[in-house]
Write a protein that binds this ligand. Structure first.
Ligand code: SAM
Length: 284
């Protein structure tokens, strides 16, 4: 077995709390150094807190958020005075970029199932930007926490037809299929009739299924009805959805696919020509 796969299996065998602790300890020396030289942007958490990815430094975290903002401008025409919802707002990567873009007529709502991330965002970002708000929702996700509430029954805490734009980066790659279906219906409810939604996914079709099932480094060996999982131990670890199933799920929630832009996750060599790692799905 490849080393990267062995490491991933080891990682999945830890509890969510153990994963947080290992990350914190691993990055502690470089976090202390960054604190000592005082180089970190005031909204960027220490690397050991960034449970949502591994940017090489504070500057890269900011750049990743700015890249996400560019995608939102290109793909769903996000405007400075839009009302926006960030599903799975994490530890503020996209929100930080949006503080430089949304004006006082626009507003931002984010929610997430990891309390530490939400606390950080409210303490740092909301403090300076009263039109930004982050909510902690204690829903279960076996990659991130040991909460008890079911995401498949969660009603988004916003009124109907409330948002111009709704987005989620790398969230529907870490949820269960029934949860994603339910979130589609909630998106339909809280999105304005002329609004647009943007989400990233791992999408495959009949031509690429074999490749992603057996890929050396990043594979989805466990087949279910129209989707594949990376791990049966941590079911929300990574999910890839067949294109037809995704379309069917959108239709079930009265949503319409606007565009699907392939990312380079299936084929890293092509990365220079592609704009994003995961596949981008725009719907309304
Ligand atoms: C890979 S991270 C991406 C975070 C953020 N969107 C970003 O781009 O930095 C996935 C996020 O989804 C959140 N998440 C997982 N299940 C969720 C759920 N049911 N509802 C909302 N957020 C969820 C996780 O806590 C985590 O913050």
């Amino acid at each position: 077995m490849k080393k990267s796969k062995r490491l991933r299996n080891l990682w999945y065998n830890l509890s969510p709390q153990q994963r947080f602790t290992v990350r914190r300890l691993y990055y502690l020396p470089s976090d202390l150094y960054e604190q000592f030289i005082n180089k970190r942007h005031r909204y960027v958490p220490p690397k050991g807190y960034i449970y949502t990815g591994s940017p090489s430094n504070s500057k890269e975290y900011i750049l990743q958020g700015l890249h996400q903002l560019e995608l939102l401008k290109e793909d769903i025409d996000i405007k400075p005075d839009d009302s926006v919802l960030d599903i799975g707002s994490g530890i503020g990567r996209t929100a930080i970029a949006l503080t430089t873009y949304l004006n006082e007529k626009g507003f931002y709502e984010g929610f997430d199932v990891v309390e530490k991330g939400v606390q950080w965002c409210n303490k740092k970002i909301k403090k300076d930007h009263s039109n930004f708000n982050f909510k902690y929702i204690p829903l279960f996700n076996d990659l991130y926490n040991e909460n008890e509430l079911e995401a498949s029954e969660f009603k988004f805490p916003y009124p109907d037809n409330h948002f111009d734009k709704i987005f989620s980066f790398s969230v529907f790659t870490h949820m269960k299929i029934d949860e994603i279906q339910h979130y589609f219906s909630e998106i339909k409810r809280v999105l304005k009739p002329d609004g647009k939604a943007f989400s990233t996914f791992f999408v495959y079709d009949d031509n690429t299924e074999k490749q992603i099932a057996n890929n050396e480094k990043f594979s989805f060996p466990y087949l279910y009805d129209g989707y594949r999982l990376m791990s049966n131990v941590v079911q929300s670890g990574n999910i890839a959805i067949h294109k037809e199933k995704l379309n069917e799920m959108l239709q079930n929630s009265n949503l319409e696919l606007v565009s699907l832009t392939e990312g380079f996750w299936k084929n890293k060599e092509n990365s220079l020509n592609e704009k994003e790692y995961q596949d981008i799905v725009v719907f309304k």
